[in-house]
Ligand binder design. Structure first.
Ligand SMILES: Cc1cc2nc3c(=O)[nH]c(=O)nc-3n(C[C@H](O)[C@H](O)[C@H](O)COP(=O)(O)OP(=O)(O)OC[C@H]3O[C@@H](n4cnc5c(N)ncnc54)[C@H](O)[C@@H]3O)c2cc1C
Ligand code: FES
Ligand code: FES
Length: 470
């Protein structure tokens, strides 16, 4: 039995927990406001808000209902457009209408939900954040300018918002109906655990599984690990950072400690998918999916991260770089789950960079990606970890390239010599994301780009990229 609140209605259902929320809302509840576009998390037409009770408050995040199994809704508040509709249009809906931000209207509900989610979030209510909130929504008609203007109006109107009283303020200003204030109390009486479910397939956010095998997931026997409290959280103990396997990309991106360690974290992780997908996509999901271009995998390979695996109580540790054995082949028993990801707290003279090339900047998977971490001692490289994706059967840790540069000065000659070794470590194939030769070139250029980004005082672009000046 799954129990949650949909809009203002308490739900108890014995439907298969693998069914996606989009189908539950439209076909079981007959709420047709939420639209079906791609069913692959790309278009945002199906966006809903998912509220979770934490410390007495409900935190709402946008998610794509087409990839969200109803099993992941246990103990939560799901909000579709019907749940925010009132007698009159709310200020978000009005701003979109007044600015001509809707034409055929197919995408409109998704945009409305993303912007209402922005109004409900504790993030600063500035224009940049309003635009970022819509990064998972595609519109084929408007050209976006009208939607951007609407976002601008909403930001203006939110200036009077009290950050400590967001929900009451939004209710008072008629952004959302008055039942929202009672949701924390109502969620408090629903258990967060999913009892009585048989456990065969681990589902995190479902953003890979529901794209790859949408139909068979509905009746699959699922272990929902997304909300498993043992797999959540980000903490420091001594000189090690531990991340729960179900930490989402957004959990990491919004974590203060991680932002202190990685000053460019927000920029780097904004290159991954979109706001609703980042709210769902877990670290373990990315690692186990084993895509050669998994962005978080490349990121954590460059930290030389370790994994703790748990097989019915029997635990073992393994380096992430040893986890991959071949294309989609892992050093993991079928019943083993990833529990924790850990890495050493970097020292003082430590540098990190992440690069990604795709056909469009946002909401696209990489043609190639790359990450590097370097610790210096004086002017020499004391230790180094680097990885590149899209150029091998699995995310490639560049063992020999790193070994070559360790102990050496950062100089153009040394770095160029290292790229020769890098070329031996990779074996790209031609596919939809580019020809093998193109990917070889990308792997080289991204590797060089790290040094240009991190050490502009030691290397220059002309020499590094061997640009001929006239
Ligand atoms: C629109 C869209 C855009 C995307 N963009 C990007 C992108 O830019 N970059 C990128 O790298 N990826 C991208 N992805 C892919 C996906 O979002 C990520 O790979 C994500 O991290 C997968 O996590 P999940 O929790 O959703 O995985 P799920 O689909 O839940 O699971 C994936 C696999 O991991 C297994 N699994 C999950 N948790 C555990 C665990 N704790 N232990 C053992 N096995 C586990 C599952 O059984 C399954 O085999 C995108 C996906 C979509 C739909
Ligand atoms: S239907 Fe396109 S993102 Fe869900
Ligand atoms: S208004 Fe037609 S797709 Fe956006």
């Amino acid at each position: 039995m799954i129990e949650f609140i949909l809009n203002n209605k308490s739900i108890k259902t014995n439907l298969p927990p693998g069914m996606v929320m989009l189908d539950f809302i439209r076909y079981e509840q007959n709420l047709k406001g939420t639209k079906i576009g791609c069913r692959e998390g790309d278009c945002g037409a199906c966006t809903v808000l998912v509220g979770e009770l934490k410390d007495g408050k409900v935190k709402y995040q946008s998610m794509t209902s087409c990839l969200m199994p109803i099993g992941n809704a246990q103990g939560k508040h799901i909000v579709s457009v019907e749940g925010i509709n009132m007698q009159d249009l709310n200020p978000v809906q009005k701003a979109i209408v007044e600015e001509g931000g809707t034409q055929c209207g197919f995408c409109t509900v998704g945009f409305v939900m993303s912007l209402v989610g922005f109004c409900m979030s504790e993030k600063d209510s500035n224009y940049e954040n309003a635009i970022a909130a819509m990064d998972g929504n595609i519109c084929r008609c408007t050209g976006y300018k009208s939607l951007e203007r609407a976002a601008g109006h909403i930001v203006e109107q939110l200036k009077g918002r009290d950050k400590n009283q967001i929900i009451p303020w939004l209710e008072q200003q008629q952004y959302i109906p008055n039942y929202f204030s009672k949701i924390p109390e109502r969620l408090g009486s629903i258990s967060k655990s999913k009892n009585g479910m048989i456990k065969k397939i681990n589902v995190g956010g479902g953003t890979d599984l529901y794209v790859q095998k949408h139909d068979s997931m509905i009746h699959a026997d699922i272990e929902f690990v997304f909300d498993n409290s043992a797999l959540k959280g980000i903490k420091r103990e001594g000189n090690t950072i531990y991340l729960g396997a179900s930490a989402t990309v957004e959990d990491i991106r919004s974590n203060d400690m991680m932002n202190q360690l990685f000053p460019r974290l927000r920029k780097h992780l904004k290159l991954i998918s979109s706001t609703p997908i980042r709210n769902m996509a877990t670290l373990a999901g990315n690692f186990v999916n084993a895509s050669p271009i998994g962005d978080m995998t490349i990121f954590f390979l460059a930290l030389n991260a370790g994994l703790t695996l748990n097989n019915n109580g029997v635990k073992r540790n393994i380096q992430l770089k040893d986890f991959y054995k071949g294309y989609k082949t892992l050093d993991k028993a079928p019943d083993e789950i990833i529990e924790t990801i850990y890495f050493d707290v970097p020292g003082k003279n430590w540098y990190f960079n992440f690069e990604k090339v795709c056909k469009r900047t946002h909401l696209d998977i990489a043609s190639a990606n790359s990450a590097i971490s370097i610790e210096l001692e004086g002017s020499k490289i004391k230790s180094m970890n680097a990885a590149t994706g899209g150029v091998f059967a699995f995310p490639r840790y560049l063992q020999k390239t790193c070994e070559y540069l360790t102990g050496k000065e950062i100089s153009v000659a040394n770095i160029l010599a290292a790229t020769e070794i890098l070329q031996i470590e990779i074996a790209p194939i031609s596919d939809a994301r580019g020809a093998a030769e193109y990917k070889r070139l990308l792997a080289r250029q991204l590797f060089l780009a790290h040094f240009l980004e991190l050490f502009p005082d030691k290397v220059n672009a002309e020499e590094l990229f061997q640009i001929e000046t006239v």
